[in-house]
Design a protein around this ligand. Structure first.
Ligand SMILES: [Zn+2]
Length: 192
């Protein structure tokens, strides 16, 4: 079966027993939001105990507090009533494996998937690539605890984020499934 067929078959099963989920309210029932990484090993619904309708989950590469992530968080509280936020990065994040210069070089070389070896990523594609990567801040990570502190601090200090919202900083351990607090981040995210 192709991926498309697999997804559509899984969806048919899901929709077949959708039941009362069809009448869920739009605002998250448990009034909180999670910003986390897109990593395939992370399932926020499972690691944080979410059901449909419970919470907002905003995901991007690294779970970084990009302008777009902050846009979503602002909508989350201002229009949809969330009162408490989590920034959750994780161990063994792919964003620790390259720098802006590396990804810019790879993309300048070709638009094919790079190979990951013991010395990092190598471009194995044939060109042409593009220099358009040069104007993007890739928000890579060199220290996962520090990146959580940085992102919580950035959100806390944003002029559109009210001081009443607590922002908790955690790292999800991909080897155990546990959430490990980054105390400095949670401290930075205390309500003002
Ligand atoms: Zn990641």
């Amino acid at each position: 079966m192709s991926i498309l067929d697999e997804v559509l078959a899984a969806n048919a099963d899901y929709a077949g027993s959708f039941g009362p989920k069809g009448s869920l309210a739009l605002p998250p029932a448990r009034h909180f939001a999670i910003l986390t990484c897109m990593d395939a090993r992370l399932d926020p619904a499972k690691y944080a105990g979410l059901s449909e309708g419970d919470a907002h989950v905003i995901r991007n590469a690294g779970g970084r507090a990009s302008n777009d992530a902050i846009r979503s968080l602002v909508i989350s509280y201002k229009l949809l009533g969330t009162r408490e936020w989590f920034v959750i990065h994780h161990s063994n994040c792919g964003m620790e494996l390259f720098t802006d210069d590396v990804i810019r070089g790879l993309l300048a070389n070709s638009l094919e998937t790079a190979a990951l070896g013991p010395d990092g990523f190598t471009d194995v594609g044939s060109g042409p690539g593009s220099n358009a990567a040069g104007s993007i801040d890739w928000l890579t990570i060199s220290d996962s605890a520090q990146s959580v502190v940085d992102d919580v601090t950035r959100i806390r200090n944003h002029p559109l984020v009210p001081g009443r919202i607590p922002i908790h900083g955690y790292i999800y351990d991909v080897s155990t499934g546990r959430l490990v607090e980054v105390p400095e981040a949670t401290k930075a995210g205390l309500p003002l």
